[in-house]
Design a protein around this ligand. Structure first.
Ligand SMILES: [Zn+2]
Length: 195
């Protein structure tokens, strides 16, 4: 999922396929909109359905947050993030004393709290920047999506690794060969009277 915007509040209106970000919640400190596509739109649609809080014998209320527990904000985002990443195999809980690894918040052996090591939320912003560039999204468009204001800020996030450079060069070099081969093939077919 390419959730590249900041965490926190975002307004969403039923039937819309965009999210409205207020100036104070937008990465660029200006009001902005974020189009919702694919998986992200599906998630937001589900959250919209969960926005109506119906307690027994009370009038329905509307949750203030997109993500909430019974209308209350998700308490500790880091904690929820760590749990999700450990479950997805993107991180683990490590005991600072015995270095034992697992998924528990407390080390069984030492009885002390473990520490999270793994993907952090910001890593995904970088991944999204990189993926967009790899997919051929123009930098100016990618920057509007990630909310990067300056080239240098964006470049820091969109760091292209050695493998990606190699792949890009290989692709570029292969392109004329393919084209040449195709043209040659067509010519041969024509010459052979098969077209
Ligand atoms: Zn331990």
């Amino acid at each position: 999922m390419e959730t590249v915007s900041r965490t926190g509040r975002a307004a969403t209106r039923k039937g819309d396929d965009v999210i409205y970000l207020r100036a104070e919640n937008s990465k660029t400190r200006k009001p902005d909109t974020m189009p919702l596509e694919g998986e992200l739109l599906e998630i937001i649609e589900r959250r919209r359905a969960a926005a109506v809080l119906q307690a027994e014998g009370a009038a329905p209320r509307f949750a203030e947050f997109v993500f909430h527990y019974d209308g209350n904000p998700v308490g500790d985002f880091r904690k929820a993030w760590a749990t999700a990443c450990v479950a997805a195999g993107l991180g683990k809980m490590i005991c600072p004393r015995c270095s034992g690894e697992g998924s528990a918040r407390t080390c069984e052996k030492c009885g002390i709290p473990t520490r999270y090591r793994g993907k952090i939320f910001h890593d995904f912003r970088r991944t999204a920047s990189r993926n967009m560039i790899s997919a051929g999204v123009p930098q100016a468009v990618a920057m509007r999506i990630t909310g990067h204001r300056t080239d240098s800020m964006f470049r820091r996030y969109a760091i292209v690794n050695e493998d990606q450079k190699r792949e890009a060069l290989a692709k570029t070099q292969k392109y004329p060969i393919h084209r040449h081969a195709r043209l040659q093939h067509r010519t041969e077919l024509k010459v052979g009277g098969l077209t």
